[in-house]
Write a protein that binds this ligand. Structure first.
Ligand code: ATP
Ligand code: MG
Length: 315
């Protein structure tokens, strides 16, 4: 590589990854993902891997290496409230930044959006959703409800076939993410190997630990400009220990709901005082705002009959 001409030719075959990374706009998105989402280490790692793959694919294309679009359909498995929808929004943004989604929007759909009640209704419904999703991400929540093993004439089958076709034929303009409980998704994939083979990335969302749930609560409160004091923090830790063992617990979503009710109780307490209140009092959660939750009712502890579904979140 001594003479200048050879060196020039060699330079043309070099790309600056640092520069490409900075120009891609990935950094702020990945940083937000780190900062705004507690825990989820394995998920964040996979997202960074996928982002790296997309960046390298772009650079390879630039240098005339194989330009085939990497497989991008994904499955997000995990229990309710583990952050699947939130991460899917971030993924849509990443795909957009990297040029793999023209519009970068996310359409969330479940069985009722795709499958009709009567003959002839399913295909137009599914096609309509697909049309809306082009250029972005179609996120199918609880995808396994599309398939009803016990009923072979179920219209879900029709939706499945149209989706599979679109995942193949429109793969340059559509990314599909299937989401739901891990075990059910595995059964679904066994009965629908077509889906399994079209999915390039399977990402599993673990349940949060108590410490992570606590950190999520603190983060959510901070975002709303509220805060625990020492006593209310202790109370909330006790609340969590009980709440995670109760039915219908759904991770971060339950935290959000619990904080909504805590703010309600705080407001009620302050209004009942009918006194002057300081900025500090308006932002502070007191222990009693937490301890008045029904989660602390002894009746619930001693195995009283469970409340009807839907009400049970009002803990
Ligand atoms: N790791 C996290 N850190 C902070 N907030 C989180 C985290 N995970 C989820 N949340 C918040 O919890 C709520 C529920 O999250 P999300 O809707 O993404 O969960 P999901 O897995 O899609 O749940 P579902 O299966 O019930 O649809 C959202 O308000 C989200 O902002
Ligand atoms: Mg969701």
């Amino acid at each position: 590589m001594s003479d200048p001409e050879t060196r020039l030719a060699a330079d043309r075959d070099v790309v600056d990854l640092g520069e490409a990374y900075r120009d891609s706009g990935l950094e702020p998105i990945l940083e937000d993902l780190e900062g705004e989402l507690i825990g989820l280490q394995p998920v964040k790692r996979r997202i960074r891997e996928i982002a790296a793959l997309l960046l390298v694919a772009r650079l390879r294309e630039k240098l005339g290496l194989s330009a085939e679009r990497p497989g991008l359909h994904m499955s997000f498995t995990g229990r309710p409230g583990t952050g699947k929808t939130t991460v899917a929004h971030r993924m849509a943004l990443i795909l957009h930044k990297m040029g793999y989604a023209r519009k970068g929007h996310l359409i969330v759909a479940s069985r009722e959006d795709l499958v009709g009640q009567y003959v002839g209704h399913t295909a137009p419904k599914t096609r309509e959703v697909l049309k809306k999703s082009l250029g972005g991400v179609l996120f199918i929540d609880e995808a396994y409800y599309l398939y009803r093993q016990e009923n072979e004439r179920d219209y879900g089958q029709e939706a499945i076939e149209i989706l599979l076709q679109a995942m193949e034929n429109q793969r340059d303009d559509l990314v599909v993410i299937l989401a739901g409980y891990k075990e059910r998704m595995e059964v679904f994939f066994q009965s629908n190997p077509g889906f399994h083979s079209r999915i390039a990335h399977h990402i599993d969302f673990p349940d949060y630990s108590l410490a992570e749930l606590m950190a999520i609560a603190e983060l959510m409160l901070r975002q709303q400009m509220y805060r625990f004091d020492e006593a209310s923090r202790d109370a909330f830790e006790k609340y969590l220990e009980r709440r995670v063992r109760q039915p219908h617990f759904s991770n971060a979503r339950s935290i959000r709901n619990a904080l909504d009710r805590i703010r309600l109780r705080q407001a009620q307490r302050l209004v009942e005082q009918r006194t002057r209140v300081s900025k500090d009092e308006l932002s502070r959660i007191d222990a009693e705002d937490v301890l008045r939750s029904r989660v602390f009712d002894d009746a619930m502890e001693s195995g009283s009959p469970p409340r009807a579904a839907g009400q049970s979140e009002e803990a």
